[in-house]
Design a protein around this ligand. Structure first.
Ligand code: COA
Length: 330
């Protein structure tokens, strides 16, 4: 049986208005604009307003994606939100997004796969459409990392930002869309990158709050080591599965975690910088939203045209990694 071609037919992204510059962090922790720029490539990031949450960012991005696809929310059969920062622990962000988009009944669930979440979600959406289970799926990656960031830890607080990106995934013209997908995980339980407290293992207590265990903790050098291996490996695998070569890539959209990780991957993959989209300087690491925001910007900048081979590669907590190869469908 011939499988349907499935791809993205509309995209939208949204970042909150407030900007935190490196100079703002110089006032909070012992750091410098020079250190942050050199070591990470980040110049500023966006922070959400106190009274807003991940579902608000996701809803705004979803509206833009629907508009971009020329569709209404009633045309959608399923909502998937990828996030590690849902509004609440025991209610999915996707259900809240469903309500905010003004619809009922459409099934909705969250995916938790760290910064690889959007790549995981696209993979799931593709399978569900190819199996005939659903027709049009809203895939959203959204994060409010500013509210889980330890503002006393200079090793992590400068890295993260807030934002959301949404995509409408649907059947597309034959031969276009997602050509291949490769996802993987290396489970670990020693907090290389996690929020140690607030889950079922260690519910929050006065002690965990005092120890700031309710915020992101990371072993930066270990994550770095993992990322510089996983990134090129996942990209190569996905490109191979698509029957292509690295040289066939028109645009590589990497997870925007650290400019040095991206540069290392570029070197290992032997891909020139003009084929790699970078916007880390403006947003920092927005986890699940990162590759989606970058893809939305690249499209708006005219850097993607129909037929282009576009590759999204991400890695993140879990640890997880993954890469999706698309032949751009519109
Ligand atoms: N400003 C100034 N100095 C800082 C700093 C900051 N914001 N953050 C850390 N440092 C200091 C450390 O305290 C340490 O100082 P010391 O030598 O006096 O102890 C020094 O820089 C080196 O720290 P280390 O953690 O070994 O640095 P690094 O070279 O690994 O760079 C990161 C730190 C966070 C930039 C880097 O590890 C990284 O990007 N890792 C991957 C993170 C990531 O991508 N996470 C998300 C994955 S989805």
């Amino acid at each position: 049986m011939k499988l349907k071609s499935v791809g993205i037919i509309g995209i939208g992204y949204y970042v909150p208005e407030k900007i935190m510059t490196n100079a703002d962090f110089e006032k909070i922790v012992d750091t410098s604009d020079e250190w942050i720029k050199t070591m990470t490539g980040i110049e500023e990031r966006h922070y959400i307003a106190e009274d807003k949450a991940t579902s608000d960012l996701c809803t705004e991005a979803a509206k833009k994606a629907l508009e971009n696809a020329n569709l209404k929310i009633d045309d959608i059969n399923l909502i998937i939100v990828s996030t590690v920062t849902p509004d609440y622990l025991a209610q999915s962000a996707s259900c809240i997004v469903q309500k905010k988009l003004g619809v009922k009944e459409i099934p909705a669930f969250d995916i938790s796969a760290g910064c690889s979440g959007l790549v995981y979600s696209l993979t799931v959406a593709k399978g569900l459409i190819q199996s005939g289970t659903y027709d049009k799926i809203l895939v959203i990656g959204g994060e409010v990392l500013s509210k889980v960031t330890n503002m006393q830890d200079r090793g992590t607080c400068v890295l993260f930002g807030d934002g959301a990106a949404a995509m409408v995934v649907s059947e597309v013209e034959e031969g276009y869309g997602i050509l291949s997908s490769y996802i993987g995980a290396e489970g670990e339980d020693d907090h290389i990158l996690s929020i140690p407290a607030g889950g079922s293992k260690k519910p929050n207590t006065v002690e965990t709050i005092n120890n700031r265990e309710n915020f992101v903790q990371m072993n930066g050098p270990e994550v770095f080591k993992f990322a510089v291996q996983a990134f090129p490996r996942a990209t190569k695998k996905a490109v191979e599965l698509a029957g292509l070569k690295i040289a066939d890539i028109n645009l590589l959209i990497p997870h925007q975690a650290n400019i040095r990780i991206i540069e290392s991957a570029m070197k290992r993959l032997r891909i020139p910088s003009e084929k790699v989209f970078i916007n880390i300087q403006k947003y920092g690491n927005t986890s699940s939203a990162s590759t989606g925001i970058a893809m939305g910007e690249a499209l708006a900048d005219g850097k993607i045209k129909k037929g282009d081979v576009v590759v999204l590669t991400a890695f993140g907590s879990g640890l997880t990694y993954g890469s999706v190869v698309l032949k751009w469908a519109y």
